[in-house]
Design a protein around this ligand. Structure first.
Ligand code: PEP
Ligand code: MG
Length: 556
């Protein structure tokens, strides 16, 4: 246990500063229930009762959260409540009870297995979903064991330190008055982080095992902007310094420029979250979700129904559907091909053009969905490197349309666009913008290929994760090309979700920023503080910078 000065670096996920005494919170370290089963009929009844009690608790909590934070955050708890009715989850617990297990381990094993399965997908919204499954799983186990609702004492002036935090932990800790949250693990897009942001509770994740070294009660300073925890800092008044986030609404700069905030989603649930977060459209539907849990692509009609459900959930807001971005390295894809460098291999549009039948089925499904849903559906293609690929893919949309017409299905017009996420294509943005009806900048891949840095390799990913001057120059070129051709352009990589970069994107002339629904409130808040003319001046300065550090300074 360290009682001297200790500085830990992590990732800031909810801004603000907090000082106070350390409080180690260990609720998430949950002992798996192991009790032997008694009479299966009785255990089954106990399970039903616990599920009902959990439902009541979650409804109550959702009501409180809605009153305090709004419907968007309450939706997290409503989604947890849905798990209590999930037929697969409930059935698996019942089957285990029938085999002789007690209700608590029967339920918990099912919840854990389900969480592991969705976590294996490795990206949002599934990672948050896995946390929610464990959260709701633990709630039912607690109710089965007859434990009272978990509460902690007054945490005013305390900075909470934990290995992991789940959504309900954050709500409870905030209610207890915690000044800030410091987590050794965690994810920036977890529901715990989203709620902390909504409540204006500073939070830093990824502080590592060394967090355990901080002694209980030791004075600490948490920096939710810089992503640090310092133990035994200079004495200062304890507490929190941050205004709560602004209420949802359109993103408007101080001088009245409206910026559209759209969402990146991967499911119908994501569409609902997007609407709750106030997204004006979906700039990126990652259709890889179609593979999930099945290892094969569903049939054309099944796909069409999935897209139509999403379009309906969006209630007429624009929906840009990206055709499959499968690859050997993206989990959830069906490709089994062995490749030495999957990121440079048969992925994205390359894989689709290599399997035209499956690609045509997806295009027909999208065109079919555009019909009954009446939604504003648009198409975009991933990882296009050349104009030849773009044209080949574009032509297949016409082939798909003709195929439907031959079956007597009349598809409405659908705008067809292209992702700009390969530097080679970005350099041809003028040629592309002349032909494509919409463009979207995928900065995750654009940066990966521009900086020669694998976005999934923690040793090098940081190279492509910041506002690299080279990337900005490429983005400027694409913005100019889209503007000259009068084509809509959005930006939908992770960088669009960084509130600290909102000034840059607005200044560079991007009118649509597309991001995880959870990121929308903070970006909206950042835009509300901007002056568009000042942003233009700052962006011009950024374009003259040679280092990321200089860019960040220019944005301050
Ligand atoms: C991107 O590359 O920026 C992008 C949005 O696509 P994905 O993250 O799905 O590769
Ligand atoms: Mg990409």
């Amino acid at each position: 246990m360290i009682t001297g000065r200790l500085g830990l670096a992590g990732q800031a996920v909810s801004p603000g500063a907090a000082r106070g005494r350390a409080f180690h919170y260990r609720a998430a370290e949950f002992a798996a229930p192991t009790a032997e089963g008694g009479d299966p009929a009785l255990e089954r009844l106990r399970l039903e009762r616990a599920l009902e009690a959990a439902r009541r608790e979650l409804r109550e909590l959702a009501g409180e959260t809605e009153a305090r934070l709004g419907a968007g955050d309450a939706g997290i708890l409503e989604a947890q409540e849905q798990f209590l009715q999930d037929p697969a989850l409930v059935e698996s617990a019942r089957a285990r009870i029938a085999e002789g297990q007690a209700a608590a381990p029967a339920w918990w094993q099912g919840a854990q297995e389900a969480a592991e399965q969705v976590r294996a997908i490795g990206e949002e919204p599934w990672l948050s979903r896995a946390d929610d499954l464990l959260d709701v799983g633990a709630r039912v186990v607690r109710l089965l064991s007859g434990e009272p609702r978990r509460v902690v004492g007054d945490l005013s002036g305390r900075v909470v330190l934990a290995r992991e935090l789940l959504a309900s932990d954050v709500l409870m800790l905030a209610r207890a008055g915690a000044a800030g949250l410091a987590v050794s693990g965690g994810s920036p897009t977890s529901h715990a982080a989203i709620l902390a942001r909504s409540m204006g509770l500073p939070m830093v994740i990824g502080l590592g095992e060394a967090l355990e070294q901080v002694a209980e009660g030791q004075p600490v300073a948490l920096d939710g902007d810089g992503g640090r925890l310092d133990a035994q800092p200079r004495a200062a008044p304890s507490g929190r310094s941050r205004q709560p986030l602004a209420k949802p609404g359109r993103a408007i700069t101080r001088d009245g420029r409206a910026i559209s905030l759209w969402a990146n989603i991967a499911s119908a649930e994501g569409a609902r979250r997007a609407v709750r977060a106030g997204a004006e459209g979906v700039g990126l539907l990652r259709t890889e979700f179609l593979y999930l849990g099945q290892g094969r692509l569903p049939g054309e009609l099944e796909q069409a129904a999935a897209y139509a459900e999403i379009a309906q959930a969006l209630g007429g807001r624009p929906l840009v559907i990206r055709t499959l971005d499968q690859s050997a390295d993206k989990r959830g894809g069906a490709t089994t091909r062995q490749e030495a460098n999957p990121a440079l291999g048969l992925r994205g549009i390359r894989a689709s053009l290599a399997q035209p039948e499956a690609f045509l089925a997806q295009l027909r499904a999208i065109l079919r969905a555009a019909r009954p849903s009446g939604g504003d559906i648009r198409i975009t293609f991933p990882l296009v490197s050349t104009m030849e690929q773009w044209r080949a893919a574009r032509e297949l949309v016409d082939v798909a349309r003709a195929g439907l017409a031959a079956q007597g299905v009349d598809a409405p017009p659908v705008a067809v666009g292209c992702m700009v996420e390969v530097p080679g294509l970005a350099l041809l943005a003028d040629a592309l913008a002349a032909e494509a009806e919409l463009l979207s900048l995928g900065t995750n891949d654009l940066a990966q290929y521009l900086m020669a840095a694998d976005r999934d390799d923690p040793m090098v990913a940081a190279l492509g994760a910041g506002p690299q001057p080279a990337l900005l120059r490429l983005v400027e070129r694409v913005v100019a090309a889209a503007r000259a051709a009068g084509k809509p352009l959005s930006i939908c990589g992770e960088l669009a979700a960084d509130p600290a970069l909102a000034k840059l994107w607005v200044g560079l002339g991007l009118g649509v920023l597309s991001m995880e629904p959870a990121a929308i409130p903070a970006v909206r808040e950042a835009i509300a503080l901007l002056d568009a003319r000042e942003a233009i001046r700052a962006a011009e300065e950024c374009l003259r910078c040679a280092t990321v550090e200089q860019v960040r300074t220019a944005l301050r």
